[in-house]
Write a protein that binds this ligand. Structure first.
Ligand SMILES: *Cc1c(COP(=O)(O)O)cnc(C)c1O
Length: 715
């Protein structure tokens, strides 16, 4: 007879598969073991269990009457892992025994594994989670950054400080990735200056294995050991070496694992060197010519471009390319000019540097942008690659981003969904009729639930404000005042994003008189919660952050405008689940999609956004608010001025009156109707199950079949 597993064994297994992170029930089991340590340990259950050896855990489990909850969770997990009754099995059978390989420079799965910086990473994490839920045969490939992305704090002057700390390797859900030879996989890539080595770890994300390369091995020089220390750290040379590891190293790692991907999906151009390595493998294994191997590789490759901002597209000079890709190019029979041509829009232009996005386009037959509008912009932006085609014929389609519902939907709100949506609605989130039932939710109950989540956000924000102020050494009165910052009855606007200048995080401050009136109105006040990191090298972004920080210290705005440090998935979750309104005011059309507003929708918050990215296709006049007309002025300053004026106008004439218009029970009936409209009309489209299903149907399956037709614009 197989001995029964102990509580400790079961919880250890659960902790080592990130599936737990999108199961509120399992999360709450970990929390109830030790609520204080749970939050001190950044919600890392592996670390927590290290403090609870079997006996001690057994005792806690008895005290908390946890046995049946653990057994239930464990059984759920086993059933999930073993179930083959999935969408993927019926719709993507062609991926049956050879998976799709999804390459990304960052993955944002949970705050305890901080190997992401922002939207791109969180999107990649959500992609893996939905692929797992849908039963798609997919593997992830990325880098393990052993210091992760930086931790942010702000000094008394409002200047951002970056802190890096070594992640606790032995307390992360990492395991050695074992190769065909039974040993941990290590790979190497030769450059003109010698080899770079990396070892490979595996992280389990539900059913999906994520392989992470780590260059911190003794075979490397100290400099190369630090290559994968930090996400987006270092200079161009660090960057190309990271991308060599991700693309070439990643493709070699799959090979060593015995995985021959049927489809390769490059999430952004960072991993585009993978195509060159796969071409080399084909030439070597199947005796193909370079041209044929390129054609075949491209036919089974998918590329997603993520930004119209030029700085978001890596470019390397000829010297760096020669040094790092020279040896591989030799195997491909390419000379330096032939190699450079693969990264140039105009192969003949010797002045053009090597662009990873161009390489990705040239080595994939299917390419897509991440929203309808971004598709239009990308076709224009990259038209030079297909000079014989008209703009509409440029072969770049779009699949609009979406978010993973179980990750972002608050538990309390989920209870409400369970009441009014069909049974097992969460297995069919991509279908509009499944969401239609949200219309039947009781207005009072919806409002109560939202108010509960808002109170939770405010309590959380106050705790963090006090903690920040103490750490900074602010005087006692300031600290005490912060303990009752923000008011639960006040219209609360959230704004959290990277402090990249195009996101215009300080737009609301355009007219100081206006903003003062808006915040300090005694009858109908508005308060703002800001969060976000600036890239360590971006002083412009840091100055914008500083402006907001200083305002939050201004006596007039104290407790009405607050800045929360260290935006991460955890803070993000609190914000998107608790705000009334989510503000987004990028310079159109630079926000390719944006996803944080989609998380807000699921929880009943309303978007107040520029008509850019996903919002340009989501907004219908009754499910949120639009800033600006969607027109673009040629002059940036004029555009900024217009958008700011429109923002104030919409706030004053639409948002504030609607929020404060209450019936005799104190309910904002019209506002609640907007909340319902938002969930009903947006939830089914802007979720990651729908997104992954689109990728599978429109790109993976055709690419797997080797059908070399081009992706068309999605409806
Ligand atoms: C969702 C998310 C993002 C992306 O949000 P945008 O709308 O693209 O700005 C960034 N960071 C975190 C922590 C997130 O959860």
């Amino acid at each position: 007879m197989v001995p029964r597993k102990s509580i400790h064994e079961k919880l250890t297994e659960l902790a080592n598969n990130l599936w737990w992170s999108w199961q509120p029930e399992v999360t709450s089991i970990f929390r109830s073991i030790d609520p204080v340590r749970w939050s001190e340990l950044a919600h890392n259950p592996v670390l927590l269990l290290q403090e609870y050896p079997p006996d001690k855990l057994e005792q806690r489990a008895r005290e908390e009457v946890m046995h049946s909850r653990v057994n239930w969770a464990y059984r759920q997990w086993r059933e999930y892992m073993e179930s083959d009754n999935t969408w993927g099995n019926t719709q993507a059978g062609i991926l049956g025994y050879r998976p799709a390989a999804y390459f990304s420079a960052e993955f944002g799965i949970h705050e305890s594994l901080p190997i992401y910086s922002g939207g791109l990473g969180v999107l990649a994490g959500d992609h893996l989670k939905s692929a797992s839920d849908l039963g798609i045969n997919l593997v992830g490939v990325g880098l393990f950054y052993h210091e992760g992305y930086f931790k942010q704090s702000v000094d008394t002057e409002g200047w951002q400080k970056e802190e890096y700390a070594e992640l606790p390797m032995n307390a992360l859900p990492l395991q050695e990735a074992i190769g065909k030879d039974g040993k941990q996989v290590t790979i190497s890539v030769e450059t003109q200056g010698g080899k770079i080595f990396a070892r490979v770890f595996q992280v389990n994300v539900g059913r999906i294995p994520l392989y992470l390369l780590d260059s911190d091995v003794p075979e490397n020089s100290q400099e190369d050991r630090d290559l994968t220390a930090r996400l987006y750290g270092g200079d161009q040379r660090t960057r190309i070496r990271q991308e060599v590891l991700l693309g070439i190293g990643g493709a070699r790692a799959l090979n060593a694992l015995g995985i021959v991907p049927r489809v390769v999906h490059m999430n952004e151009g960072h991993s585009a060197f993978a195509g060159l390595e796969i071409i080399r493998q084909r030439m070597h294994n199947d005796g193909m010519s370079f041209d044929n191997a390129l054609r075949e590789t491209a036919a089974s490759s998918v590329f997603t471009t993520h930004t119209p901002v030029p700085a978001g597209h890596d470019r390397f000079d000829s010297g760096l390319i020669e040094e790092h890709i020279g040896p591989l190019a030799e195997d491909l029979g390419l000379n330096q000019e032939g190699l450079m041509a693969l990264g140039r829009v105009d192969p003949q232009n010797h002045g053009e540097s090597f662009c990873m996005t161009v390489l990705a386009f040239k080595t994939s037959r299917r390419a897509n942008a991440v929203s309808n509008l971004h598709g239009v912009v990308s076709r224009r932006m990259w038209a030079g690659l297909w000079p014989w085609r008209s703009e509409e014929e440029i072969p770049v389609g779009h699949i609009t981003n979406g978010v993973h519902v179980p990750t972002w939907l608050a538990h309390q709100m989920r209870v409400l969904y369970d009441k009014v949506l069909p049974a097992e609605w969460y297995l069919h989130t991509g279908e509009p009729q499944v969401w239609a039932g949200f219309e039947d939710v009781s207005p009072g109950e919806l409002w109560e639930t939202h108010q509960t989540l808002k109170n939770r956000l405010i309590a959380y924000a106050r705790r963090r404000l006090v903690h920040q102020a103490r750490k900074r050494g602010d005087d006692i009165t300031t600290v005490e005042e912060l303990a009752d910052a923000l008011d639960p009855e006040t219209l609360t606007v959230g704004f959290a994003r990277r402090f990249a200048p195009y996101k215009r995080s300080d737009m609301i401050l355009h007219d100081m008189q206006q903003i003062e009136q808006i915040c300090c109105d005694t009858n109908r006040p508005v308060q703002f919660i800001f969060a976000g990191k600036a890239h360590p090298a971006d002083d412009h972004g840091k100055r914008i952050l500083q402006r907001i920080y200083k305002l939050s210290k201004d006596a007039k705005f104290k407790g009405k405008i607050v800045f929360l440090e260290n935006y991460d998935i955890n803070l993000g979750r609190h914000l998107v689940q608790g705000v009334d309104v989510w503000l987004n005011n990028p310079r159109r059309p630079l926000e390719a999609s944006g996803t944080s507003g989609q998380k807000v929708v699921l929880n009943g918050g309303l978007n107040l956004s520029i008509m850019d990215g996903w919002w340009a296709e989501g907004y219908d006049g009754t499910n949120g608010f639009a800033i600006g007309s969607g027109l673009i002025h040629a002059e940036q300053e004029v555009q900024d001025q217009r958008d700011a004026e429109s923002l104030y106008e919409v706030l004053l004439n639409e948002v504030i009156p609607l929020f404060y218009d209450r019936d005799h029970d104190g309910l904002p009936q019209e506002w609640i109707q907007y909340m319902k409209n938002a969930v009903r009309t947006l939830g089914w489209r802007f979720n990651a199950d729908r997104m992954v299903m689109d990728y599978v149907s429109a790109t993976y399956v055709p690419a797997a079949g080797g059908i070399s037709c081009e992706i068309t614009t999605m409806p």
